[in-house]
Write a protein that binds this ligand. Sequence first.
Ligand code: PLP
Length: 385
Amino acid sequence: MSRRISERVNSIPPSGIRRFFELVIGRKDVISLGVGEPDYPVPWSIRESMIYSLEKGWTSYTSNKGLKELREGIAEYYKKFGIETSGDNVLITTGVSEGLDLALRAIINPGDVVLIPEPCYVAYKPLTFLAYGEPVTIPTNPEFRLSYEILRDYARFEPKALIINYPNNPTGVTYTRKELEEIADFAVEYDVIVISDEIYAELTYKGKHISIASLNGMEDRTIVLNGFSKAYSMTGFRIGYAIAPDDIINAMTKIHQYCMLCAPITSQIGALEALKLREEEMDRIKAEYIRRRNFFVKRLRKFLSVNMPEGAFYVFPSIKETGLSSEEFAERLLREKGVAVVPGNAFGRSGEGFIRCAYAVSMEKLKIAVERMEEFVENLKSKRS
Ligand code: PLP
């Protein structure tokens, strides 16, 4: 460990997803179901708007909070998820990643507890820790769901905040109104701020996405995070946003103005165009993911046990039957069959015994990948019996 580096940074592990990503780089024979990156191009109207803006020479800083038109557009857009807000309560960030960091730094005092249900997106624990908070992880139930009862057991930690993410990375779980009401009841009863990562909201396949901020008593205690990386394939543009009550959005803006100044103007222009995409365009993208999900889950179920994901583009099958750990499974599958997946333990201890497969790849690749996975698993099973 380098003494030049801060103890806090020294003590956090590198992302388990990136480690597998690096193993795959340069290997043409490998089919990667590893990284959560959509395979279809950014819709043309979005790209065109950005090219046009560059032609016009719009390359300056914007206001710290972001383009007013975009902030107002987002406030209008979020009505469909149940929130009535204004552009003043929206901050444009460089991806949900920055929004998450700002949210935590804006509300956490050293030692404050942040509850993090597991399995969870890889950034939640390290960013909480880097903000001097104390991450306390909560194993979800066997279906990877959260309930009031589960949460109440953790009230003894006197948590300052709770991070939820639905549709979920890595499990694909999304919450019903009733489940969200239970989470909201807990937050109101124990005075907890909810950081709600809704980056996969557009990719909800079962029911309609409801933002927890729209439930009774939640508007004043929810920080909604969302962005354009997943639904519009704009991962490289680094563009997202936060919606929060006045005091919190102002605190987040204060940090943002020092560490980021503003999100890139070209990306903000593209985001503005993304909001104009017709519902049919989004429905078409969604229908394609549903087709891939249905195919992949049906095939996987022949040799592994797996829940049907309700959103996002991940499947989280159990590999417990094979007798291998998640890491052993992922490493051997990559080495022996050329298929990259992410070991479940990258998403926390309760992800052990599972692997995450992203089905944001073409049907053609998905077919080959699942055939190779079947051969691999059947071979392991035959050796065990
Ligand atoms: N939150 C979740 C749940 C994610 O899965 C990801 C990316 O995989 C992010 C946040 C980061 O998103 P962004 O590209 O907007 O920083």
